[in-house]
Design a protein around this ligand. Structure first.
Ligand code: HEM
Length: 229
């Protein structure tokens, strides 16, 4: 029991927590991106899909119960992911030898810095995104209608001189790098990388990052270029 309780405090424990919570988020993002593509099938289908998420498991489960189970898994995962990232970074900084040349410091820190600053940017984007499309905060969304997600997406991206659409596209660039580095680290945690497979794993990490982010990006771009209205 003591061993189990101690596991999250160990370096490998934190890496395993980051890997599992990261995979949960990759799964959520892939499903969310794929669901978003239904926007191309029109308002009726897209809104039906959004309502379907709330009636998942009916009539055995009540309204939005299954959705709340998924939401809790996603929230616990993001909190665990950030906690493990920050405590791992703290540990690495304490363990780092004091005498480091400036050049080495830069290259050693490049991935870590990208992940930490990118992660913080993505976290703030998620808060903005929830205010925009889930809570429909006045001033953030121009005309939110709780029962009409299709309208919310189209109006949300065509408003305020396309500034929200551009914020999403910038956030997706951060997300692409985060997903690439994260998936690559996941392969390392799993002990998969060696000289023979590194090239293929690199490609796979980019594929995960780009399929997800480009899939998301088609929606604000579609609105900006008049494909969706
Ligand atoms: C262009 C890209 C995106 C579009 C059009 C979009 C659209 C939406 C919409 C319409 C909702 C509300 C769904 C509903 O209430 O039925 C939503 C919820 C959500 N989105 Fe996105 N999204 C995008 C990208 C992202 C990204 C990149 C992330 C994470 C990094 C994300 C995370 C979430 C989360 C956590 C929720 C709340 C889910 C819930 O509680 O039901 N979304 N999104």
């Amino acid at each position: 029991m003591v061993g189990v309780m101690h596991f999250p405090q160990t370096t490998i424990g934190k890496k395993v927590i980051m890997a599992i919570s990261g995979v949960v988020w990759i799964g959520f993002l892939a499903a969310h991106m794929f669901g978003n593509l239904k926007v191309y099938t029109g308002a009726e289908h897209f809104n039906e899909y959004a309502e379907g998420l709330r009636t998942l498991g009916a009539p055995i489960l009540g309204y939005a119960q299954a959705l709340w189970v998924l939401r809790i898994i996603v929230i616990v995962s993001i909190v665990a992911h950030m906690w493990a990232a920050l405590t791992l970074n703290q540990r690495n900084r304490q363990a780092r030898p004091a005498r480091y040349t400036e050049h080495k410091k830069l290259s050693a820190n490049y991935a870590t810095l990208t992940m930490i600053y990118g992660g913080v940017a993505i976290f703030f984007f998620i808060i903005y995104h929830l205010m925009h499309f889930t809570w429909g905060v006045a001033g953030v969304h121009p005309s939110f209608i709780a029962t009409d997600p299709y309208h919310n997406v189209i109006a949300g991206f065509s408003s305020y001189g396309y500034v929200p659409a551009i914020i999403y596209l910038i956030a997706l660039v951060f997300l692409a790098f985060h997903l690439f580095h994260g998936t690559w680290s996941l392969f390392q945690t799993l002990g998969l990388n060696n000289k023979t497979y590194d090239g293929a794993l690199h490609g796979l990490a980019w594929a995960v990052a780009l399929v997800i982010t480009l899939g998301f990006a088609t929606v604000p771009l579609g609105v900006m270029f008049g494909l969706l209205s």
